[in-house]
Ligand binder design. Structure first.
Ligand SMILES: Cc1cc2nc3c(=O)[nH]c(=O)nc-3n(C[C@H](O)[C@H](O)[C@H](O)COP(=O)(O)OP(=O)(O)OC[C@H]3O[C@@H](n4cnc5c(N)ncnc54)[C@H](O)[C@@H]3O)c2cc1C
Length: 350
């Protein structure tokens, strides 16, 4: 019997795949109910810079049947509300719902696990020492997110809104992620000096940002949240145990995306266990390079001032399409030691 600590995305994906490989699996979840940790929250999968669509990657990781809402447009705003729109025929992001509602990704993953014969117990923590797979999420905050979900919002369909402003989101950004007629507004802070203040910044944002005010004018606030995510140099084995998702340190450091890494690392760990493959080599080959690039980009983003954000939006206006966006990014990242190039990296990835 393989024991997994944690029924988040990484733990459930690992369990699902182990069961498909014919293993007996028991998952312990310390919360009483599935989705307690994330509440009713809309999150996004980044898709614009992946070679293959993230749906294909999820299928290859054994995960199907999730409800994904495609995003074809990004609206980016500077602190002074200068803006830039980016369109694409291929989805730039997909948004998903987390939490207890029936369309949430954890509920659908849970159903697949039960269908494959995985046993899951709730309200019962499992110590790391007793687990074969540790999927317990992040330990320390590298990035803090504070936000709320609204129903009946007034915004463009299939569009993500992004705001840069260090006054509200130091070192980070603010996003509005829609899902049909709901949306989550979240302030993401990467500067640990301000972690204790993000709730205040968020409430101020809701009454001071004129675009957000218009979007939520007739909306109903249905859920509020404060959470953290954790990235570090990945450590995937310890004393015979396998670490997956944020428990291993898997989170994209420049923006804080973690769901894709949770799914894929869960799958790769299952492969390593069931087929006796080298998990360390598997994850390095899959996303070692992009995590490395993300770390370098984070260092640059950490230095951005509001004036830099104004310039950034000006420069984005001269980038006409997603192809330019992606190609420039690749070029710039590969030459990132060059000072001139480093400036454009900020332009392309922020
Ligand atoms: C506010 C916020 C917004 C985010 N937005 C995005 C986004 O838009 N896109 C994106 O890709 N990522 C986003 N992320 C990151 C993403 O949610 C995580 O990286 C991902 O959910 C990590 O999955 P996980 O399985 O590693 O951990 P978790 O989802 O944290 O799951 C860990 C589970 O383990 C349980 N547990 C802990 N200890 C024990 C124990 N000892 N025994 C049993 N159970 C235990 C916990 O209760 C929890 O259910 C966001 C994170 C936050 C906080």
């Amino acid at each position: 019997m393989i024991k997994i600590a944690g029924a988040g995305l990484s733990g459930l994906t690992c369990a699902l795949n182990l069961a498909k490989f014919g293993e007996e699996v028991l998952v312990h979840e310390k919360c009483k109910e599935l989705g307690d940790k994330h509440g009713y929250n809309i999150l996004a999968f980044k898709n614009y810079d992946l070679k293959d669509d993230v749906i294909k990657e999820l299928k290859e990781s054994g995960v199907e049947g999730l409800y994904l809402y495609p995003i074809y447009k990004i609206k980016k705003f500077s602190p002074s509300f200068d803006s830039y729109d980016l369109y694409s025929k291929r989805p730039l992001f997909y948004t998903v719902v987390r939490g207890k509602v029936k369309e949430s990704i954890e509920q659908n993953l849970y159903k697949s696990c039960i269908g494959e014969g995985v046993e899951i117990v709730f309200g019962k923590a499992l110590s790391e020492e007793d687990a074969t797979v540790v999927a317990t999420g992040g330990k320390r905050p590298s990035v803090v997110g504070c936000g709320a979900t609204f129903k009946d919002i007034n915004m463009e369909k299939n569009t993500i809104y992004l705001f840069y402003d260090n006054q509200y989101a130091p070192g980070g950004y603010i996003y509005i992620a829609p899902y049909i007629n709901s949306a989550t507004i979240c302030l993401v802070c990467f500067d640990n000096k301000y972690f204790s203040k993000v709730r205040i910044f968020f409430e101020r944002l809701l009454v001071e940002n004129k675009i957000i005010l218009d979007i939520i004018h007739e909306a109903t606030r249905v859920h509020s949240f404060l959470g953290f995510a954790d990235y570090s140099i990945p450590k995937v084995y310890k004393n015979g145990r396998y670490y997956v998702g944020e428990a291993a340190g898997f989170l994209e450091p420049s923006k804080g995306f973690g769901m894709r890494y949770a799914f894929i690392s869960g799958f790769l760990a299952a492969r390593a266990i069931a087929k006796n493959e080298d998990y360390d080599m598997l994850w390095r080959n899959y996303f070692g390079k992009e995590l490395n690039e993300g770390t370098k980009l984070r260092k640059r983003l950490q230095q951005m001032t509001n004036k830099d954000y104004e310039n950034l939006i000006q420069r984005f206006k001269r980038t006409s399409n997603i192809k330019d966006y992606a190609e420039d990014k690749r070029l710039l990242v590969s030459e990132s030691k060059n000072q001139k190039t480093a400036m454009i990296v900020q332009r392309m990835v922020s």
